[in-house]
Design a protein around this ligand. Sequence first.
Ligand code: NDP
Ligand code: MG
Length: 391
Amino acid sequence: MAAKRLTILGSTGSIGQNTLDLVRRAGEGAFDIVALTAHSNANQLAEQALEFGAKFVALASEENAGILKTLLRDSNVEIGVGPDALVEAGKRSADFVMASIIGSAGLEPTLAAIEQGIHVGLANKECLVCAGELVMTAVAQSGSTLLPIDSEHNAIFQVLDQKQPESVKRLILTASGGPFLDRTPAEMYNITVSDALNHPIWSMGAKITIDSASMMNKGLELIEASHLFGRKSGEIDVIIHPQSIIHSMVEYVDGSYLAQLGSPDMRTPIAYALAYPARMSAPVPKLDLTQTGGLTFFEPDLEQFPALKLAREALNTGGAATNILNAANEVAVAAFLDKKIGFLDIASIAEKTLDKLGRANLAQSDLASVLAIDEQARITATESIQGLSRS
Ligand code: NDP
Ligand code: MG
């Protein structure tokens, strides 16, 4: 069989590295690396390009371009720098593109990949949160197959009967609940960056780890599921399942529940997408149900995790609301990681930004308006953060 031509947008991140781990284990001839991209980690990007024989690399930030060029000067690897180079990477002819940039910065390169009409592995959930209609329209027009990488959405994709949508009653997203499930509201005030980066189950990049701790991640996933599977907010439930063994479920009208189970390791959904519709082996720990102990489930506390409530409200509002929520959250998480604001400020900055801009009833009909609203929400959120530090 011919090698699968693969591009990884965000190859230096947690999903990108896990994808390359599977490529490495699949051995010579299974994959041919077309393009790899990073934001500023020139050293790792160059190392990956040389190890995997990438044809093209793109670095978003100009800052370390000199390092990248020096490291690759004796190779045939083509180099691009700046946001346009990322879009170029998404456009390069491939059989599969892994969209694993973090945040709305991944939107344009991911759209470029979708426009190729190929298989796209979507880890970059923020694309669907900021521009769900636009992305799903591009998928329909190009004939691309969007393969969810998020473990919950990948689980649903595996057990959903796409041919009989009327047989589906509900999607049930499971959530580990992150590290702060047992904290009282008063204890939530003193959460530090290192507390929040210490996820009990999943090892991931910093931004999604903070989102998991605030449960904004589950809110973003609710919005993601709504677009991916064409379901209204009322048809998608969220339940806490701290062991993260059942990755999500579908309830059918006859009372059947179909679930996908596995050890919590992102290489399972990544392998599923890379090999789709076939299967490939992944080096994940075997799931030994005799050793896992009890599986527990309970309702999330929306007072303790206001971000989840906010995300559902934004989904119900529709229009630009989820785009505003996403941009404000990205700015607030970066400020928290920079120790400029407290943990509970993240959701309150997102709420304030929605209050300020949501009332303007912004319409977003095309890419330009999506990007303009994203920018406006970032400015508004930044002003709110400055207001907090002055008070
Ligand atoms: P990481 O932070 O580990 O990696 C992000 C990648 O994107 C890196 O390659 C980074 O480059 C690049 N990047 C960051 N900012 C920009 C930017 N402004 N422009 C272009 N490239 C940029 O993230 P994760 O791998 O954890 O997450 C990636 C996506 O997958 C997210 O949307 C996340 O929600 C989703 N996801 C991740 C899971 C996980 O297990 N990690 C699970 C489920 C979903 P550099 O290294 O140079 O900074
Ligand atoms: Mg997830």
